[in-house]
Each structure stands twice: as structure tokens, then as C-alpha cells.
Design a protein around this ligand. Structure first.
Ligand code: SF4
Ligand code: SF4
Length: 413
């Protein structure tokens, strides 16, 4: 899409410490120039997505309700590249991980965990299976699919880089069966290469959830409180792989993102490559605007997406979709009393008991929430979706997790 007149680039688009801004109002910046430095190990640098002048640094409340320092850049429309852009020197695992850190790449499937941290395994020999997540299971979202089809070579090069520098004995490229073109493209590459299996998985939400994917590809269960590497696995998203390969080849950090723009209120749904920091309003305008007044805007899909309060919110590194729904699709149905049907329990991919969690939450019982393991809930929304009483289960689980955290920390609930 055309370069926006202004971009709004938050210093926190990842899990971990926000980056520290190193520009100020009036600074001239170019595309790919670092504007925020990582603070500590679990953090990520942030780069300018347009060339132009920093208008101001402001504190903005993000959609999670947190106050985040945001760099506002007025574009000069030239998209001049930063002179320091050059391919990194990569010759071993350490220099590869350093390059991934410099790239600003974080989990682009939506998790936002800094990729360099994920790949910095304390005991590399424990890695048995690298799983490439090409499931893209959530309704509406097709941005990973577009990257896998339109930039197959970068995804594959990213896979080869990880094979070279992480040396996993086995790589499984997991793709849902509803993407036959992706399966065919990567099968034809994998057939000529050792150590890579393309696995076609049923198209079932939440197939792409990390723990679900690990189980469905390796039949191993990540232990409670553990990490995928505890069962010998690392999972990486296919778009993340493509971004790594592009950075290693060109030195251009993560400054743009493929975003699915869709929903019943959008005139021309499509996938759009947008500079990070583009206001959502411009994204929707580029897609023909709205056919009817949007009643709900989401970052992400309809199951796990976060409601966006304001169209001035920007495209983030982790934005894989921006959805806008009309009133008919947006109004939440009224709750009625639980009829103890057990469907929520039957359909929880992690075997949790949402109806019981709700009872414990209403009682304000931190002990019961701990026993019911609400902390394991991945907020996939399956329980809310199947509930005939339309209980707002996943919303309540988010609050119940906070209640449990306070209980464990000895704070008031
Ligand atoms: S949101 Fe519901 S279905 Fe999904 S993991 Fe949590 S409890 Fe289970
Ligand atoms: S699915 Fe809904 S109605 Fe059925 S047990 Fe769960 S919360 Fe109750």
C-alpha cells in the first residue's frame, strides 16, 4: 500500500522489556534505521519503517491498556534506505543468533516473543525436532499463507538457515490441509532435501497453537510450566522464517508486515503489505473503506483477536490481521445460565474445565483456580464458541489468571 503520511511506532511490540528510544523530535531517520534499542536479553530493537523526520515521542495507551512510548515519524515519501543496511556477517551459531536479534524479528504468528531469545537454547543438543508452523488455523487470517505462496524461497531459505545453525535432527513443516498449494510447494522442495518432512494436518482450530501443534506432530506433551524444548521441540512461524532469511540476505530489518484485512464491514478484503506503524484507518481506507459502520475492530482473528478501541492504532510487528465487523457480527449475545452440558470441557484442547473455572472465579477462590490450572489456558476461545449458554468464558479466564497471579503473590484478589 502507499506509504502513510505518518507512522506510529511503539517501543513495545514484543514480549519482554520495551525498547529504549534513541531518537528525539526533529531527528531525521531512514528506512531500516534503529530507533529503539533493546533493553536486556528479553527485548527487541525497533526500526524506522519510513524515511522522514521524527515529529514527536508520545505516550500512548495500547490495546492491552498499557502506556507505551511511541515514536511518531512524518514520512518524506522518499523511502530512503539507511546507509548502515548491509547483510550481516554470519558464520556460526553465535553470529547467526546475533543477527536475528539485530533484525528486530519477533514471533510473527502473533506471540511476539523475541525470536533470538527463542532460538538461544541453553542446551542445543536437546533439540530433536524443529517444527515450522504453517498451520494458520484461525478463521479469516491468510497472511502466512500468502507469504508461503508469494515468498516461498525466503521461507525455505529461513528453514535452511535454521537447519544449518541449530542443527535439529528433524524438521517438520506443519501445514493445514486447506492450503494444498503450500503443501505442494514445500513438498517439492523437501523431496530434494534431507531431514525435512512436510506434514499435512487436519484443518481444525486451534491446530497452530504451540502446544497443540507439538502434540499433533510429535505426540509429545509440553509439561505444565515447561517449554517446548523440554520435549525436544522448537516451534517457529513460517513468516518469521521468511523475515529471518530476508534480513540475512539484505540486512533490512523488520519494517513491514503482511496483514489480512477482512471482516463483514470491509469493502475489499485482501492481504496488504504495510509499513509497521501504519494507522489501521489507512489500512482500511486502502481496502475501499467500510461498507457499513464497523462495530468491532480486531487485531488478529475472531477467536483470539484483541478489540481495538481506535482506528488510529498502528500495524504492529505482530499484527497478522485487522478485521472489522458490522453490527450483526459484532454484538455479543446475552449470556444465559450454564446448563452443565460439558461442551466447554469436551472441546478444550488442553483438557481444562472452563465451567468449573467460572465457578471458582465467581467464588473468588485462588486455591480452586490453581487446582483447575487456569494458568494453562491459552485463550483460544473454543469454550466460549461452543457454549450454548453463550457464557463469556475466555474473557473470564483472562481475569481469573490475574486473580490467580495475585493469589500466588499473596496480594488481595
Ligand atoms: S480458552 Fe477455553 S478452550 Fe481455550 S484453552 Fe482456555 S479453557 Fe480451554
Ligand atoms: S458449555 Fe456453557 S453451558 Fe455447557 S457446561 Fe460449559 S459453561 Fe456450562
Amino acid at each position: 500500500m502507499p506509504i502513510p503520511a505518518e507512522v506510529f511506532i511503539p517501543m513495545s511490540m514484543h514480549i519482554g522489556a520495551p525498547a529504549k528510544p534513541i531518537v528525539e523530535a526533529g531527528s531525521e531517520v531512514k528506512v531500516g534505521q534503529i530507533i529503539g534499542e533493546p533493553v536486556g536479553f528479553v527485548s527487541s530493537p525497533v526500526h524506522a519503517s519510513v524515511s522522514g523526520k521524527v515529529k514527536r515521542l508520545e505516550e500512548r495507551v495500547n490495546s492491552a491498556g498499557k502506556l507505551i512510548t511511541t515514536v511518531v515519524i512524518t514520512s518524506d515519501g522518499k523511502q530512503a534506505l539507511y546507509e548502515g543496511i548491509k547483510p550481516p556477517e554470519v558464520h556460526d551459531r553465535v553470529s547467526f543468533l546475533a543477527a536475528v536479534r539485530d533484525s528486530g524479528i519477533v514471533g510473527l504468528g502473533g506471540a511476539g516473543f523475541p525470536t533470538a531469545v527463542k532460538l538461544s537454547l541453553k542446551e542445543p543438543a536437546k533439540l530433536e525436532t524443529l517444527i515450522i508452523n504453517g498451520a494458520e488455523c484461525e478463521p479469516f487470517i491468510t497472511s502466512d499463507t500468502r507469504v508461503m505462496l508469494d515468498d516461498t524461497s525466503s521461507v525455505w531459505e529461513g528453514l535452511l538457515l535454521l537447519q544449518k545453525y541449530l542443527a535439529p535432527p528433524k524438521i517438520i513443516f506443519a501445514i493445514e490441509k486447506n492450503k494444498p498449494l503450500c503443501i505442494a510447494a514445500f513438498k517439492s522442495l523437501a523431496n530434494k532435501h534431507e531431514g525435512v518432512e512436510v506434514m499435512a494436518l487436519p484443518s481444525v482450530y486451534p491446530q497452530g497453537g504451540e502446544k497443540v501443534l507439538i502434540y499433533n506432530t510429535t505426540r509429545r506433551i509440553v509439561p505444565e510450566g515447561g517449554l517446548p524444548i523440554d520435549v525436544g521441540a522448537v516451534v517457529i512461524n513460517s513468516t518469521t522464517l521468511a523475515s529471518i532469511a530476508r534480513f540475512i540476505k539484505t540486512g533490512m530489518p523488520l519494517v513491514e508486515k503482511c496483514v489480512t484485512v477482512d471482516g463483514s464491514a470491509v469493502r475489499i478484503p485482501q492481504n496488504v503489505i504495510a509499513p509497521i506503524g501504519t494507522p489501521l484507518q489507512e489500512l482500511f481506507d486502502f481496502c475501499g473503506g467500510f461498507v457499513s459502520s464497523p462495530h468491532k475492530i480486531l487485531y488478529g482473528g475472531p477467536m483470539m483477536g484483541i478489540s481495538v478501541p481506535d482506528l488510529a492504532e498502528p500495524v504492529l510487528k505482530i499484527t497478522n490481521a485487522a478485521l472489522a465487523f458490522d453490527e450483526k457480527d459484532a454484538v455479543q449475545k446475552l449470556e444465559s445460565p450454564c446448563i452443565r452440558c460439558g461442551r466447554c470441557i469436551e472441546n478444550c484442547p488442553l483438557g481444562l474445565m472452563p465451567a468449573e473455572i467460572e465457578t471458582a472465579f465467581k467464588k473468588g477462590s485462588g486455591e480452586d483456580l490453581e487446582l483447575l490450572k487456569v494458568n494453562l489456558c491459552m485463550e483460544c476461545g473454543c469454550c466460549s464458541y461452543v457454549c450454548p449458554a453463550r457464557r463469556h468464558l475466555v474473557q473470564m479466564h483472562k481475569l481469573a489468571k490475574v486473580m490467580l497471579k495475585n493469589h500466588l503473590e499473596g496480594k488481595s484478589l
